[in-house]
Design a protein around this ligand. Structure first.
Ligand code: KG4
Ligand code: ZN
Length: 338
């Protein structure tokens, strides 16, 4: 039966999202952001699941309306199985299961991190799709991984963080600077007006393709504390340069490891995904690497970088094509094997 219409639901963390795809094309992509967490400086799981509970029906409703299709036209339902916050995941999976059951359509369980990788397969004008095998770097609030992607459902992690995720490095240093959560986008914004060479930080020494960011965070904390002691207005007066310098060291750490991964695998197609791939400095640096190193790089459209349901939908679509369906006994998993 063609075309195939997939409704996708993502509720792994603090955003309630629904999308409708017609084959590989996105007809609607709706995200309800939960602002409630800002005042706590991080995601509060109990509040997140409660907000998902309130948002899920209206968000799905809007996604279907925007797509201009009736729920009876749906070919299948895809949802995020994990990893994520259990209470949040349960809202999305319960809803997806019930709807698939009532519509009597197939149900597809999607790994959130696979979705960040495969978001590049959404049909989008001006965006090329990678060819297998390629390297993917998923950089988000919960993950920092380098992945060798052999095919849609055959991928292996060849490097990952040993402590904090890169998004946490952004968010935690932003907190040190007194910026609200999530701080990544704000560091990005201030960095645009600053000079990245003003303050020097040292790169952590980590073997192979793995990462570590907790030492950098401590280094930045001591640096700020020392300077604020000498000048209480240090942060205010130098915000742009501080942010630019922090962003610069993070980009260097990421680029070093990508270069190493290219050398080790001989693969020079690199795709990035996850919330941190929205970072303008990373996007520019990666594009520059195309002419510098002869790589082909793939940067997702902005709306597919941070958590969204369209990326869940594209994985759901490919699972649908391969008959990778679940029955109603499928369970959410806070931790889930790659
Ligand atoms: O993928 P995502 O939406 O959620 C997770 O699965 O974690 O990623 C969220 C992370 C947060 O740490 C946020 O600060 C970061 O992505 N982020 C950014 C930018 N936009 C979002 N970090 C740096 N620069 C940005 N422009
Ligand atoms: Zn994510």
């Amino acid at each position: 039966k063609s075309p195939i219409y997939i409704l996708a639901i993502e509720s792994s963390c603090d955003d309630t999202a629904a999308a409708v795809l017609k084959d590989s094309k996105v007809l609607s992509n709706v995200v309800a952001r939960q602002e409630i967490h800002e005042e706590y400086g991080g995601v509060v799981p109990e509040l997140a699941s409660r907000a998902h509970q309130q948002n899920i029906v209206p968000v799905v409703d809007v996604a279907l309306k925007k797509a201009g299709i009736d729920k009876n036209d749906l070919s299948g339902i895809a949802f995020t199985q994990g990893p994520g916050l259990m209470g949040s995941l349960l809202v999305g999976s319960s809803f997806a299961k019930s709807l698939a059951m009532s519509l009597q359509v197939p149900l597809m369980a999607v790994h959130h991190m696979h979705a960040h990788v495969l978001a590049h397969f959404i049909d989008e004008e001006g965006y090329d799709k990678p060819e297998f095998p390629f390297l993917a770097m998923t950089i988000s609030g919960g993950h920092t991984q380098i992945i060798k992607v052999n095919s849609f459902f055959d991928m292996e992690i060849i490097g990952e963080t040993t402590d904090d995720a890169v998004g946490e490095a952004f968010d935690k240093t932003a907190k040190i600077l007194g910026l609200p959560y999530p701080g990544g986008p704000l560091i990005d914004k201030y960095a645009k007006e600053g000079n990245p060479k003003v303050y020097q930080f040292t790169k952590p020494k980590v073997d192979g393709l793995n990462f570590s960011f907790s030492g950098l965070k401590t280094q930045i904390l001591y640096f700020i504390q020392k300077n604020v002691k000498e000048n209480p207005n240090f942060i205010e007066e130098n915000k742009a340069d501080i942010c630019a310098s922090i962003q610069n060291i993070i980009i260097q750490i990421l680029m070093d490891k990508i270069k190493m991964a290219v050398e080790e695998t001989g693969i020079n197609q690199i795709a990035i995904g996850g919330g941190v791939s929205a970072n303008s400095g990373i996007r520019i640096t990666l594009k520059e690497a195309e002419s510098k190193y002869g790589w082909k790089t793939f940067v997702p459209k902005f709306e597919y970088t941070t958590d969204n349901a369209a990326m869940i939908g594209i994985v759901g679509y490919h699972k649908y094509l391969e008959n990778k369906f679940e029955d109603s006994s499928v369970v959410s998993k806070a931790r889930i094997e790659f």
